[in-house]
Design a protein around this ligand. Structure first.
Ligand SMILES: C[S@@+](CC[C@H](N)C(=O)[O-])C[C@H]1O[C@@H](n2cnc3c(N)ncnc32)[C@H](O)[C@@H]1O
Length: 218
């Protein structure tokens, strides 16, 4: 491992805003995020596959009445969001280093109040369909862990992934769906508060249109 990565991982071990294997709360946080981590009763929004956690940190800054948790398996990406949150003095944002399909080990049914997914790996190969994070095996978990009425947001450059997600979602009980295949030229842009993720920058610079959907989970 490079020296740079080693020092990031060391910082992650010390950071109180990261829960990961080896830290005491990793085993006992399920159902206790408000009580043991945030120490407030506010709603919890999770950003799945958060990378550097731009949405978790950006939204936490804008709305201190909600708690945000960025989830990702890659420690060197979470490091960026964690350090940014520390330097901004944000107490309403945390990071969980785990695989998304394991989040049932970390959240109780109904503990989550909203989901953001930004620029997920599109996994275009047929043999990888089960690994797409809007595959039913993932959606079943989100539905179980989210309170009824939770808002679900998905932002992607990838029309194949977007179409796949729309198709799968037809089998779920959802309300108030909004869809745009060109977020930057839509009425929904202002709801994004100018937050741009790393992958969003990469794809918009290449000329891709940003697709966005949101709905209520019923
Ligand atoms: C293309 S990146 C997007 C990162 C960020 N959301 C952005 O827009 O810049 C996808 C992220 O999802 C994470 N990821 C993909 N599949 C995952 C899984 N099953 N569990 C946890 N993280 C996952 C990757 O580690 C990566 O950071």
């Amino acid at each position: 491992m490079s020296r740079n990565k080693t020092s990031k991982f060391e910082a992650n071990r010390r950071a109180t805003n990261i829960i990961q294997a080896g830290k005491p709360l990793f085993e006992g946080i399920k159902g206790k995020w408000r009580e043991s981590f945030f120490k407030n009763p506010n709603p919890i929004i999770v950003e799945l596959g958060c990378g550097r956690g731009e949405y978790s940190v950006g939204l936490a800054q804008l709305d201190q009445e909600k708690n945000y948790i960025g989830v990702d398996i890659k420690g060197d990406r979470i490091y960026r969001g964690s350090q940014e949150a520390i330097s901004l003095g944000l107490k309403n944002v945390g990071f969980l280093r785990t695989k998304i399909h394991d989040i049932e080990n970390f959240f109780e049914e109904g503990e989550i109040d909203g989901v953001w997914i930004t620029f997920p790996d599109p996994r275009p190969k047929k043999r990888d369909i089960r690994r797409r994070i809007t595959n039913p095996r993932f959606l079943e978990i989100y539905w179980k862990l989210c309170k009824p009425g939770s808002q679900f947001h998905l932002k992607t450059d990838n029309s194949g992934f977007f179409d796949y997600s729309l198709e799968v979602l037809q089998n779920y009980d959802i309300g108030d769906m909004v869809i745009t295949r060109d977020l930057y030229n839509s009425e929904y842009l202002k709801e994004h508060h100018g937050i741009t993720t790393k992958y969003e920058k990469i794809w918009t610079e290449k000329g891709s249109k940003i697709h966005y959907l949101r709905f209520k989970m019923i």
